[in-house]
Design a protein around this ligand. Structure first.
Ligand code: UDP
Ligand code: MG
Length: 320
């Protein structure tokens, strides 16, 4: 465990900032970072932007910013690999003693980072930013997120803390542990939780996006939720055994009931409706079962290829 560190020492902090079509937000972000860290002489800052295949002027903006700010480094990926892969790239390359993944749109307020560092100096290895209100999210996003956390945490042994995103401070030892995890489909929130370590919280209310638009729509979020559950639990595969057993038992009892009825009252022909309901219901149930098998099989297939999580086109190192 990290021992309490004297508050006087200078610490190297790496900010990991994935960006995808964020030309409008990057300079607002840097302004806000400067406002916070110009007052923090004990922090040696490295800002690692991961340009996740942006198709707008994001790279140009970043290079402009880098020419006047030597804390900035830019990792350019060869295409859009998604936020999880971009974060993974950042964690691989960062060199700080403490690491903070942060969204560029200022929805993760940089003003919280000094307080996180204070907690780290007290000896915590992970300091989570917990959203105490999500008023900036729509009702649908909030309630589906709640439902996801509830289902996910019921099914897995490593619980994801509720209302916590990727915004957190991590000690280097935590990042080293995450880098050891070999899987190529990376649900970062789950991996962060899985490695454990001594954790505490800082509460904040999540503001609106500074500019630009959200990159996550309903369908992407649904797939993200599936990724989370299938990455950390095999319960969806197991329920079929029990469902199958239950239905077999019910149909066995039903068969006895029908046989007795035929013996006592003789055969009656009507029953078309009930047969159709049973056939279509069980048919649907079986298709769902096959679908769930498919979700896992597909993931096993992709994982077995051992492809890299991301590909770097170029790294623009600032003059340090
Ligand atoms: N992002 C990324 N790659 C993607 C989608 C998003 O690097 O494919 C970045 C994006 O630029 C931002 C962060 O991930 O810095 C969070 O995205 P966004 O604000 O759109 O998500 P939301 O806050 O709406 O959940
Ligand atoms: Mg956002």
């Amino acid at each position: 465990m990290t021992q309490s560190i004297a508050p006087e020492t200078t610490v190297k902090l790496s900010l990991i900032v994935p960006v995808f079509n964020e030309a409008e937000t990057v300079s607002l972000f840097i302004n806000s970072i400067s406002t916070v860290f110009d007052k923090e002489p004990l922090v040696d800052l490295e800002i690692l932007f991961i340009n996740d295949g942006s198709t707008d002027d994001t790279l140009l903006r970043l290079l402009e910013l880098q020419s006047i700010d030597n804390r900035i480094q830019i990792i350019e990926l060869s295409r859009n690999f998604g936020k999880e892969a971009a974060l993974t790239a950042g964690l691989q390359i960062c060199s700080g003693q403490i690491i903070v993944p942060i969204d560029v749109d200022l929805q993760d307020p940089p003003q919280l980072i000094p307080a996180m560092i204070t907690k780290w100096r007290e000896g915590y290895e992970v300091v989570l930013g917990r959203r105490i209100d999500r008023d900036s999210d729509s009702w649908a996003k909030r309630s589906s997120a709640n439902l996801f956390y509830r289902i996910h945490n019921k099914m897995t042994s490593s619980k994801i803390p509720e209302n916590v995103g990727d915004f957190r401070l991590m000690d280097k030892c935590v990042v080293e542990a995450i880098k050891e995890l070999p899987e190529s489909r990376r649900f970062m929130k789950g991996l962060f939780a899985w490695v454990g370590f001594k954790t505490t919280y800082i509460n904040y209310s999540r503001p609106q996006r500074s500019a630009g638009t959200s990159k996550f729509n309903g369908w992407k979020l649904w797939n993200f939720a599936l990724e989370g559950i299938t990455s950390f639990s095999t319960d969806p595969l197991k329920i079929w055994t029990y469902l199958g057993l239950t239905f077999s038992a019910i149909s066995f009892l039903f068969a006895i009931f029908i046989a007795l009825k035929v013996i006592i009252h003789g055969a009656d022909v009507p029953g078309y409706a009930s047969i159709m309901v049973a056939v279509t219901f069980l048919g649907g149930l079986q298709l769902i079962g096959i679908g769930i098998l498919g979700e896992y099989l597909g993931r096993t297939y992709i994982e077995s290829k051992r492809r890299p999580v991301f590909i770097i086109r170029q790294i623009y190192r600032g003059k340090r």
